[in-house]
Each structure stands twice: as structure tokens, then as C-alpha cells.
Ligand binder design. Structure first.
Ligand code: SAM
Length: 297
């Protein structure tokens, strides 16, 4: 069969991906969504492309590019976001490459709901994002809370370079400030209304058993160290109260380490919000709850 229209190449891409052994989990959940993602990227189409757009003839250059990306996706298991240098989070586009984790945290849902009902919208003046990676959480927060200042830290200079690209892309240089720090900003007496973090929390055993796609992402974005991968989460839990306003909240993703966390801190009144998509594993604690922590070793 001779393929000529973009629709033909969409069908071809879907068939190739569907017949392969690739893993979905970096922004898409199935072969069809992933084919659409690739086609829109290769043919410069929006996700709202119409049937008329898809009837257009695909140029030889575009088809060559598509074939190469499909080859890399299947043979090298490179996630589409890296192939296209673009990922989506909270409805916003972010530049990504292998220096940062591909944005996909369910924290996006909480941001889109402006962390309701846990904070008073009008009182949110300062937000801190710990382990910002691409900057997706910090930037999405700044877009929602239009009058807030957002600080974002990362220990990786590579990640901060990518975050800088995104802060500039979203024209937020005056409100999103990037810091090269170990978890919290150094030497600050600033207090935050929201501290949010998707830190590394994956245990060594869990990391060793991930699908190939994950090994294109920086290892330092995953490995949390310590029992259950909880060392960094524990540090955040222990110190966050010093950086929160009296009505502030801490929001942290811990994924599958939720059980280990509950064993370590059985007395803390964690709130575990429900999500429409994703698996959750994100807790909220108030500043008041954090002051009650008795450190367990
Ligand atoms: C799971 S990724 C999250 C990236 C981004 N926030 C997101 O949700 O896509 C964790 C990030 O934390 C950073 N990180 C690891 N250890 C850190 C530390 N001690 N202090 C600050 N950032 C750290 C990593 O470099 C990585 O960018």
C-alpha cells in the first residue's frame, strides 16, 4: 500500500508501536496516544488537528524524520518526550531532554485545582518547589498563582539549565527563581505558603526493575537512598516546618514508598488526595502537623 497522507502515516505509526514491546508511562498510556504525540510533533500539528489536516500529503522530509523517531522509540526505547524535546504538564508545554525527568507527576492535578481546599488562594504569596527538574511544577504553580513568587531548587546543574530554558520560554523570569541547593534554599529566612516536591524516592530494588524507558532519565531523579528510598523525603518532612508560614502546607510525592512512609511515621496525619489520573502516592501535611513530628530513626 502506498502511504501519502498524514492519516496514513498515523495509522502506520500506531501499527508499529502497537506491535512492539515498548512501555507506556511517560505522558501517554497506549500506542494510539503515543502515535498521535509523535505525528503531531513530526508534522507540526496541534493535538486538536482536524480530519482535514490529516488528509494533507506528508512531505518526504517529514516521513523520513517520523521513520527515524519510530525506529529510535522501538529499538532504543527512548521516550517520545525526549525524541521531540517536548512534554506536557498541567496543560503547558515544556522543553525536555535527558538531563531532566519527563514531567508526569499527579501533582499537576493539585496545581490545576489550586491546592483547594488546603490553602486560601488569596493568601498564597510564596511557593517553594524542591527538586524542580524541568521546572514544570514551579512554572505551573506560577501560572496558577499569578501574584506569587516561586522559588525552585535542584542539586543538579544540568536540570537547572533545562529549568532555565522553561522559565524563559514561559516568560516567568521575574517570578520563578532557580537555586542550586540541596533540598532547601540556603541562608534564607523566607517562609512559604506552599512547599511542593516530587523528590527522588525510588528504592534501589524498585529502580533495578524498571522498564528500559526509565534508564534514559537521570538516575539521580529516581534514587531516594535509605530504607524504602525515603532519606530525602524524611529530610524534607523534618525541616519543612522551618520554612512554612503558620497556615502553610507541604505537598510531597512518594509513589510506591507510601507504605514505608506510613511505617516510619505512624503518628502523622497524612492526607492522601484522590486523583482522576495516575496512581496518587502524594501526601499533604499542614505546618501544624509538621511541628508535631517526633523523628524516628
Ligand atoms: C523525581 S525528579 C522531579 C523533577 C520535577 N519536579 C518533576 O516533577 O518532573 C527529582 C528531582 O530532584 C532533584 N534532586 C535530587 N536530589 C536532590 C537534592 N538533594 N536537593 C535538590 N534536588 C534534588 C533531581 O536532580 C531531580 O531533578
Amino acid at each position: 500500500m502506498t502511504r501519502s497522507s498524514i492519516q496514513d502515516w498515523l495509522d502506520w505509526t500506531y501499527e508499529k508501536l502497537d506491535a512492539s514491546d515498548i512501555y507506556f508511562g511517560h505522558g501517554t498510556a497506549n500506542a494510539w496516544d503515543e502515535a498521535v504525540y509523535l505525528i503531531c510533533g513530526c508534522f507540526n500539528l496541534s493535538f486538536n488537528a482536524t480530519a482535514k489536516d490529516l488528509r494533507k500529503t506528508a512531505s518526504n522530509i517529514q516521513v523520513k524524520k517520523l521513520k527515524e523517531l519510530v525506529r529510535l522509540r522501538i529499538s532504543k526505547k527512548i521516550p517520545v518526550a525526549y525524541l521531540l524535546n517536548e512534554a506536557w504538564f498541567a496543560g503547558l508545554a515544556f522543553y525536555v531532554d535527558e538531563r531532566v525527568m519527563i514531567p508526569r507527576s499527579s501533582i499537576a492535578e493539585l496545581i490545576e485545582q489550586e491546592f483547594q481546599p488546603w490553602v486560601r488562594r488569596s493568601q498564597v504569596q510564596r511557593i517553594l518547589d524542591i527538586g524542580t527538574g524541568s521546572g514544570c511544577i514551579a512554572i505551573a504553580c506560577a501560572k496558577k498563582f499569578k501574584y506569587a513568587q516561586v522559588d525552585a531548587t535542584d542539586i543538579s546543574l544540568d536540570a537547572l539549565a533545562v529549568a532555565k530554558i522553561n522559565v524563559t520560554k514561559h516568560r516567568l523570569n521575574s517570578r520563578v527563581h532557580l537555586f542550586h541547593n540541596d533540598l532547601f534554599p540556603a541562608k534564607t529566612d523566607k517562609k512559604y505558603d506552599i512547599i511542593v516536591s516530587n523528590p527522588p524516592y525510588v528504592s534501589k530494588i524498585e529502580f533495578a526493575n524498571l522498564p528500559m524507558e526509565y534508564y534514559h532519565e537521570p538516575e539521580s531523579a529516581f534514587l531516594g537512598f535509605g530504607k524504602g528510598g525515603l532519606d530525602l523525603v524524611t529530610k524534607i518532612l523534618t525541616h519543612a516546618k522551618n520554612y512554612l508560614t503558620p497556615n502553610g502546607i507541604l505537598v510531597v510525592e512518594v509513589g510506591n514508598s507510601e507504605k514505608a512512609l506510613l511505617e516510619k511515621f505512624p503518628d502523622l496525619p497524612f492526607i492522601w488526595p484522590d486523583f482522576t489520573e495516575g496512581e496518587g502516592g502524594i501526601f499533604i501535611l499542614t505546618a501544624k502537623d509538621l511541628h508535631a513530628i517526633k523523628q524516628k530513626r
